[in-house]
Design a protein around this ligand. Structure first.
Ligand SMILES: [Zn+2]
Ligand SMILES: [Zn+2]
Length: 194
């Protein structure tokens, strides 16, 4: 992702000062694990920057229309994300970290008094990106035999596989050997009636 620098100016000079920051970024896409996502309409963000005393807090929302690939049928899968931004930029490197603090929880304000908001925006997008990407919730996926997209229609293989499974099940059943036997029950009944 391209950097999104913001200059800390007089509006944020004192602790408690806040400054709204909204805008649009023409970002083309991002990656997450094995997934690649494109952003045909870029990213919109709506933030509030706050001077929190020891640093600048960036909170708000990032929104985007995302196009990825369906995990089941490999066609395009489109969805909207609205991620909560939570960025923290310290004025100075802390002398020592508290027990609960992690270096990854903050960045530093650069010597030229700027912060780069792109990392916070990207992680907000990633946080709201689904782990499993589907074109629709009930996507039927691809046929394991011929590779046809089952959302477009039934290629017939599913019924064949099901019939084969049923045949295998009957064959392996301990009762299948009995199915062909005449146990002579009717003759027994006849003699009991006499
Ligand atoms: Zn699909
Ligand atoms: Zn098929």
């Amino acid at each position: 992702m391209k950097p999104l620098p913001f200059v800390i100016d007089d509006r944020l000079a004192a602790a408690g000062d806040t400054c709204p920051l909204a805008g649009h970024l023409d970002e083309s896409g991002y990656e997450l694990g094995d997934h690649e996502f494109s952003l045909p309409e870029g990213i919109d963000y709506d933030l509030v920057l706050t001077n929190a005393g020891e640093g600048i807090l960036a909170t708000g929302l990032v929104r985007a229309h995302v196009v990825g690939t369906c995990d089941r049928c490999l066609e395009d899968a489109e969805f909207d994300v609205a991620g909560e931004v939570d960025g923290y930029y310290l004025f100075e490197e802390p002398e020592r970290l508290g027990e609960d603090e992690d270096e990854a929880d903050y960045e530093l304000v650069a010597p030229d008094n700027t912060i780069d908001l792109s990392v916070a925006l990207l992680s907000a997008l990633v946080m709201d990106t689904p782990f499993v990407v589907l074109c629709r919730e009930d996507c039927a996926g691809l046929c394991p035999v011929c590779g046809a997209n089952l959302n477009d229609g039934d290629c017939g293989h599913a019924a064949q596989i099901e019939a084969q499974r049923e045949a295998d099940r009957l064959e392996s059943s301990p009762f299948s050997a009995l199915a062909g036997l005449d146990l002579g029950a009717s003759e027994g009944d006849d003699s009991a009636n006499e």
